[in-house]
Write a new protein. Structure first.
Ligand SMILES: [Zn+2]
Length: 404
């Protein structure tokens, strides 16, 4: 596995044409009319979902030793909730609820406060699933548990373990339960602290806001600027605070690599990673959002340029959401939702079809890494299943636990 990615030999775009004589099974998938492709992806997703449940729940006898959404049981629950939203299978919803109950027990006393790696994810998803199940008592249980979450000691600002990861959970609740479930005053006060922290570390430098995680000034979605700006854009901010966010994104754009990719941390010259967690994919999602929030064409233009890097270097030798092909496909889905251009939907379809056609064999042959937690949502095949489900209704797709 010398290179980090497979060369992308798929055509940049093709018109659908079922009668065409395609040079490979993958190519014939690309020419297939969209509803037929979506149907194949749906069937594969539902099979994969069964496999994920077996490996991460049944085999562990219903214990949630790792409760997190990132690598643990809550990721399986999130996938089941997605499957329920697509197929309306109540069995998925009730299993999802059962898994969240185990996560609730396992996460008692856990110090982490985020959606992806902490207790906020358990309580927030628990509340939303309880609402869908029509269980008012359970909804109240999770909401009061969520409100009981406290940040103790010095909490970082980034997405996976930090304050914006908690804010994202608040936004998720407000979106799915109703505005005001978590008061905007509570969220605004925290957002203000995050901006103050960013200014302090920037020290009036060239970038208005700067943050550190474990001593490093990261830029990516998981631990750095892209993720922090992504969540802050959903907050109710003053004009000067919005300018700081905009200025931070413009600083990143000015200092990107000549290739169009983005450094994983401040000052890094290593143009290597094209992941959601580090590099162009995570930044592209943030820039796509910025173009909507600020209504400025400049952000869409650079988001498209970052997506071009993802098309060329993003066919990674891993399947997952965080640093794999599935996560990278969401860059195209996000641009498709914003612009409605079929070229982007095609590119998402191409990445999904590459996985559908090749992932199992490439993993079996040792040419692709199955993931350290091979059935997890962020590192493994649950992420691939989530992408396939999102391909069924691409206009409603969302990068899991990141796009609202
Ligand atoms: Zn990653």
């Amino acid at each position: 596995m010398a290179d980090r990615f497979f060369p992308n030999e798929m055509p940049a775009f093709v018109e659908e044409n079922e009668g065409v004589l395609a040079p490979s099974p993958l190519h014939s998938l690309l020419y297939l009319p969209y509803p037929k492709t979506a149907d194949k992806l749906l069937r594969a997703a539902l099979d994969l979902k069964e496999k994920v449940v077996k490996e991460t729940w049944v085999r562990l006898r219903g214990r949630a030793k790792d409760f997190t959404l990132y690598t643990g049981a809550l990721g399986t629950a999130f996938l089941l909730f997605k499957a329920y939203q697509v197929t309306n299978n109540r069995g998925d919803l009730s299993l999802c609820s059962e898994i969240i109950r185990a996560c609730d027990v396992a996460s008692q006393g856990d110090p982490h406060v985020t959606f992806i790696c902490g207790r906020a994810g358990v309580c927030a998803l628990g509340a939303v699933v309880a609402k869908h199940a029509g269980d008012e008592a359970l909804l109240n249980h999770y909401l009061s548990s969520f409100r009981g979450i406290r940040m103790r000691g010095k909490v970082p600002n980034e997405l996976l373990y930090g304050r914006v990861g908690y804010l994202w959970a608040c936004c998720f609740l407000n979106k799915h339960i109703g505005e005001g479930t978590i008061p905007t005053t509570h969220m605004g006060a925290l957002a203000k602290e995050i901006i103050t922290d960013g200014k302090r570390l920037s020290n009036r430098g060239r970038c208005p806001l700067m943050y550190e995680w474990h001593g490093k000034k990261y830029w990516g979605a998981a631990h750095g600027l892209a993720g922090i700006m992504h969540v802050l854009m959903d907050m109710d901010l003053k004009p000067d605070e919005k300018e700081d966010i905009k200025g931070t994104l413009q600083y990143m754009i000015r200092n990107r690599f000549p290739s169009g990719n983005y450094p994983s941390s401040e000052g890094s010259n290593n143009d290597r990673l094209v992941h959601w967690c580090h590099g162009a994919p995570g930044v592209s999602l943030t820039l796509t959002k910025a173009s909507q929030v600020f209504q400025e064409e400049q952000f869409l233009q650079v988001a498209v340029e970052a997506a071009e890097v993802v098309w060329n270097r993003g066919l990674l030798k891993r399947v997952g959401i965080c640093h794999g092909i599935s996560g990278n496909a969401y860059v195209f889905l996000s641009l498709y939702r914003l612009t409605g251009k079929v070229e982007y939907l095609y590119r998402a379809k191409a990445f999904a079809c590459f996985l559908l056609d090749k992932a199992n064999k490439l993993i079996a042959d040792g040419l692709m890494h199955g993931g350290d937690r091979p059935y997890s949502l962020f590192e493994g095949q649950a992420g691939m299943a989530h992408l396939f489900l999102d391909m069924v209704r691409p206009s409603e797709s969302r990068f899991p636990a990141y796009e609202l």
